[in-house]
Design a protein around this ligand. Sequence first.
Ligand SMILES: Cc1ncc(COP(=O)(O)O)c(C=O)c1O
Length: 369
Amino acid sequence: MIPMVDLKKQFNDIREEVMDALKDILEGTQFILGPKVRELEEKIAGYHGVKEAVGVASGTDALHLSLKVLGIGEGDEVITTPFTFFATVEAILYVGAKPVFADIEPDTFNLNASEVEKKITKKTKAVIPVHMFGHPADMEKIREAASRHNLKVIEDCAQSFGASIAGRKTGSLGDAGCFSFYPTKNLGAYGDGGMIILNDKGAAEEARSLRNHGSKGGYIHGSVGFNSRLDEIQAGILLVKFKRIDDYNLKRRQKAALYTKLLSGKGCEPLGKVTCPSERPGAYHVYHQYTVTSPKRDELQAVLKENGISSTVYYPVPMHLQEALRGFGYKEGDFPAAERAAREVLSLPIYPELEDFDIGRIAGILNSV
Ligand SMILES: Cc1ncc(COP(=O)(O)O)c(C=O)c1O
């Protein structure tokens, strides 16, 4: 069986360092907002070349609190992609704003900047590009459109830690960057966690207060906030992995290149060849997922399963067709590129420790059907 991700292999490589970090924290007994959270915030801000970083309880909370501190609320419209994980949309709804979808680029699965332009109204206050699967969105065009209309840009970097475009890291290209440390992410904790990065000191202060019940310190509450703190234990584990993140991402890229080399132009009847992921010039894709497309996706997935190989459809239903969002009145056909992606995408196993031999086996099976 080849799984989508194997966290055990990675843990075995870093076991000693993780255990030492845990021992430190357990003996120090400062479990909430202690030195490890502060150290991680400083390191992640430095890595991205931004002034501030605020650890929070999840990627969803990072998006939610970013929207709040950037002043997005009731009656505002926020443009985002219909091809994402549901949390991107939930965060918009949490602040009382309306999610407005714009279709995606069929090759990168990212928000299409020209489609964003068409959706801007007087009520639009922000855009949330999602760097899908680890490929940076077209930030230059999105930022151009946003600055022309005075919109905030909040990057959903849940899948793109370490990705960059023209040498600039995702998360540092808008008004706020939001990360998830969900265990399977490129930089994953051993539980939930998230972080906001930004340059605005005032907004960062507000986020720090909101994550801790709106506290100004000493049981004085300036606003109604949340319990959304990054756990000290998670921060300790993340510091061990953070040291290795560039290497992990490089390995993911090598695995992806091998898949593409073995799969390109291959495949035979009746299921035909798959389309491999593409990279925009200047993009440093970090392959959170290696996602191929095929009109015969379901048949391919069945063949992989018969051969003991995991694969996953991220995501089978685009946001505008989700039952929970029925009230917005979207219908099938509204976003053809997103709908096609939902029908055709298939993510294959990828993680830094995946053996090249296994990639050869997976590609061999895909090429033989
Ligand atoms: C694109 C995207 N946005 C947001 C999230 C939410 O992150 P979390 O699970 O840490 O709340 C995820 C993670 O699953 C994601 O993939």
